[in-house]
Write a protein that binds this ligand. Structure first.
Ligand SMILES: O=P(O)(O)OP(=O)(O)OP(=O)(O)OC[C@H]1O[C@@H](n2cnc3c(O)ncnc32)[C@H](O)[C@@H]1O
Ligand SMILES: [Mg+2]
Length: 174
């Protein structure tokens, strides 16, 4: 099975490979367009980014399925929360969506994002560490690395695969 991943970020790529586990597949990393802003600011925008990445990677790699993973933030009455979404698109165009765990960002980090900055660079500055988005991620930093970005995305991909399996098994879909 050819599986296209709509990103070259190792935190995402490793998550997809781990979620598929024993399934023998060829994984193709594609710099897929998300079609949304670099810093999505709502669930809707983040989901849209995930679906676009999934579809664009599947099409451009002629893959059996495409997986898109997108990170964003969402404003709530309790502060600005991390939000993460994934999408799986099949060759026939069937689309599955799932969301990840969410935690609030510290107020000083949230303020920088509201001022128009992107979370990745803000996190590197905040932690004085490079490549936070490719490593533990903001979720890893603020959970004392109990849940890393890759693990969070792995759960999302497992829920995508599971929904796809359910669809095939019980709904006879393709
Ligand atoms: O190469 P891609 O796949 O685009 O990987 P990315 O790290 O940029 O990931 P996203 O585009 O999905 O994330 C949107 C923005 O939010 C940042 N971001 C999202 N989640 C993050 C996290 O857990 N830790 C650090 N930065 C994060 C990210 O760096 C971007 O600025
Ligand atoms: Mg990005």
């Amino acid at each position: 099975m050819k599986i296209a991943i709509g990103s070259k970020n190792p935190a995402k790529v490793n998550a997809v490979k781990a979620a598929f586990g024993q399934v023998s597949g060829i994984f193709l990393e594609v710099d897929a367009e998300s079609g949304v802003s670099n810093q999505p600011f709502s669930d809707e925008e983040t989901i849209k980014g995930a679906i676009n990445r999934a579809r664009n990677s599947q099409v451009s790699a002629f893959a059996d399925i495409g997986i898109g993973l997108e990170g964003g933030v969402v404003e709530t009455a309790f502060g600005l929360f991390l939000c993460n979404w994934g999408a799986l698109v099949t060759q026939s165009g069937k689309t599955f969506v799932s969301g990840g765990a969410r935690i609030p960002l510290p107020p000083e980090v949230a303020e920088m994002l509201r001022a128009g900055r992107e979370l990745g660079p803000v996190m590197s500055e905040y932690t004085q560490k490079n490549d936070v988005p490719k490593r533990e991620g903001a979720i890893g930093v603020f959970t004392n690395e109990r849940i890393t970005r890759s693990e969070m995305f792995r759960h999302i991909v497992q829920m995508l695969i599971g929904q796809c399996e359910y669809h095939k098994r019980f709904l006879n879909g393709d």
